[in-house]
Design a protein around this ligand. Sequence first.
Ligand SMILES: [Zn+2]
Length: 481
Amino acid sequence: MDDFYVRYGDELLQGLPCRSSLDGILDTLRARGAGLVPTVAAGAMPGGVVERRAYETFKQAILDQAHDVDGACLYLHGAMRASPEPGRRAEGLDYADNDLVRDLRARLGPGVPITLALDMHANIVAEMVGNVDAMVAYHTAPHVDAYETGGRAAEMLLWILEGGKRPAMGFAKAPFLLPGEMAQTALDPMASMMALVDELEQRPEVLSASLANGHCWADVPDIGVSAVVVTTGDAALAQAEADRLAATFWQRRAEFGVSAEAYPMAEAVEKARTAGESTVFLSDSGDNPGAGGTTDVPELLAELFAQDAQSVVFASIWDVEAVEACAAAGVGQDVTVSIGGKLDTFHGTSLEVTGRVRLLTDGQDYKGGVRQPRGRAQTGPIAVLNMDGVDIILSSTRLSFEDPAQLRCLGLEPLDYRIVVLKRGYLTAPFQAISQRSILAFSPGATNCRVADMAFRRVNRPIYPLDLDTTWTPIRIIGNE
Ligand SMILES: [Zn+2]
């Protein structure tokens, strides 16, 4: 519960500090004079399974308002899992977003329309499609259309309310475990898949079309690449086009690889170290907090030391104890700390380093002006430890570095370094804008892009690429009239 930032009521109606889907929903509905009933906005850095108590609290805040309304429009990420109920040994919720819309539908009844805006990495299941009237997922990765997607979900709700008609939805899902890093929308083959989506959306009878690649590391049984097509009422057309999108995706499955320059970890460090460019961005992709990595796997950092890399900033390692040790020593002092390898003990082990504390902050620097990670008010204390030419950012909360401003407000200029290590997959748009060259390292961690190397236990088999000979053809899964 403490990991979430939460907004209720009027605070929610003020929107978020970034152009989020919530803002898109609010602006679109307001522009048409709709009266708004706020429920709850809750978000956290992804990381494992949501504690059931937190999930139920947020769900209840939505259900409590689900009466005497004409419609509901929600933004959900779409890949949330929740733990079993306290004291019960039963399974948790593998598709918590589906559980939420199922209960919302039960509360509102069949006559009240529900539309959804979703992240492109949603794990959509057939029942969820059946429980809502329309949905649309982001069309971009890296995501730069969150606001527009929220607006489109709200537009579809208004279309239903103003026209008195219900849309039809088609849904198809290909058994493909696809890391987000392999599906950047500006690069092929994903770019040409999204061109098909755009083409479809030009048709007057199509309200929206989406491809949701899923969150492969969730390790839930029903996982894959989903195609959802919403039409103005033609169910056969919606299903045929969803089938066609999913089938095309499936036919091209072998073409989906990491589109960035990518190497095994040691080779990636070597390439970055010997690069001719003045600055190279190196992605520690196996431990990406934005995808649920623990942010405490120090293996790539150890490799940098092993290769004696110089002029490096490493963003970042989550380690409260190490931050406290640096704070206790003070700026300019030498300190020996054991960093990382404390939560994720499976993919890495703690690294003992002796360095000099270069900087300490209480995390308040992130307030105002700078885009904050997921709207969080503050990051908590941060320390920068310098050792042998490497500046290691140590944080007391899990940080996702999405904008160079986050480094600059620590007084660290990314372009002054030869190598900028980011715990993430592909670079976000603001980093891409200043990057001459980026290299992705296949590093160990909970978000390893080489899914064949991961210990999946629960995904339905066969699934590509764990089972390379998987066969699949689209079948009619759902068509809600
Ligand atoms: Zn996403």
